[in-house]
Design a protein around this ligand. Structure first.
Ligand code: R5P
Length: 296
């Protein structure tokens, strides 16, 4: 018999994280049955959640639009049933990189995602290491948790390093990398990344001369998608005679053949969380999310 009125909802894909949270919170777990038709449309079925406080666990990694649509369907069902509260936990929230108009004529996609969540009656959104937490500026409460301390403590416990240095692949990630470096008590260096806003091509360079010879590098980033940022960063580090290259990220999307390309470029190991199922998911986000609720 559960002590509270909270119900944790997820589809099968997100069930391992959702089940852990439901155990920690002593809350009932509810499966949202999802089916994808051959034409790509989704259908959901969820038992009635009238008057319940709903926590929906749903990461929106690729196929991004399909997973977002499924999230919208689950919220819509909860609201239609007359749920009390609808809190969305989306460890990886898509579209946070389009947080401004970079080229005239574009839209701020993350604002659109927020508008839809808002119109469906979402009361709170929890993300983890969102690319742009400040852009989650909606009429409902948003909370961006960070997995950086958990990733740092994994590295501290499990990896032996030679005179390590923490690297941010771009200036936007400096705070994240600095936090990581502070926890494991090593120096940090930021690379400079520039992107051609029309082609998407990136180039990465060293901002300052530092002795990198034979030092092991810990590249810290929020996400790996195509792997191109990490590959370019690794190339420049290797040119400067770096030692082993370890990559630490919260969200390992690893689209297409990113994994193979990373190792081919000389990356020794990738360490990520389980916000997205992948071969390198060494850090479980369950306790981080549960502790947030237990502290409320
Ligand atoms: C961008 O600034 C992000 O922090 C990541 O560095 C980037 O999105 C990773 O994408 P990709 O792996 O495609 O280079």
């Amino acid at each position: 018999m559960q002590k509270n009125n909270t119900v944790i909802i997820s589809d099968k894909r997100n069930s391992s994280l959702a089940n852990k949270i439901s155990l920690d919170l002593d809350a009932q777990y509810r499966n949202a049955e999802l089916r994808v038709f051959p034409d790509g449309e989704s259908k959901i079925r969820l038992d009635n959640v009238a008057k319940r406080n709903c926590i929906i666990v749903h990461s929106t990694y690729p196929p991004t639009d399909q997973h977002l649509m499924q999230l919208f369907m689950i919220i819509y069902k909860c609201r239609g049933d007359g749920a009390n509260d609808i809190c969305v936990v989306s460890p990886y929230l898509a579209y946070t990189r389009q947080d401004k108009v970079f080229v005239d004529g574009e839209i701020v996609s993350i604002n659109l995602v927020g508008r839809i969540l808002e119109s469906l009656g979402t009361t709170k959104l929890i993300t983890i290491d969102s690319h742009s937490p400040n852009s989650l500026n909606y009429s409902f409460k948003t909370v961006d948790l960070t997995a950086i301390p958990s990733l740092a403590s994994y590295v501290k416990k499990n990896i032996t390093l030679n005179n390590p240095i923490v690297i941010s692949p771009d200036e936007g990630g400096i705070e994240r990398a600095r936090k990581f470096a502070g926890i494991i008590d090593v120096n940090m260096l930021s690379l400079v990344k520039t992107r051609d806003r029309f082609t998407g091509d990136i180039s990465i360079s060293l901002s300052e001369q530092k002795t990198l010879k034979k030092r092991d590098a810990l590249i810290v980033d929020d996400m790996i998608s195509t792997g191109n940022s990490i590959i370019k960063a690794t190339e420049i580090l290797k040119k400067n005679n770096i030692g082993d290259v370890f990559v630490i990220c919260t969200h390992a999307l690893l689209v297409d053949d990113a994994k193979e390309k990373l190792f081919k470029a000389g990356v020794k190991e990738v360490i990520s969380t389980n916000s997205i199922p992948n071969d390198f998911a060494k850090v479980d986000l369950g306790s981080l999310i549960s502790n947030y609720f237990l502290d409320q």
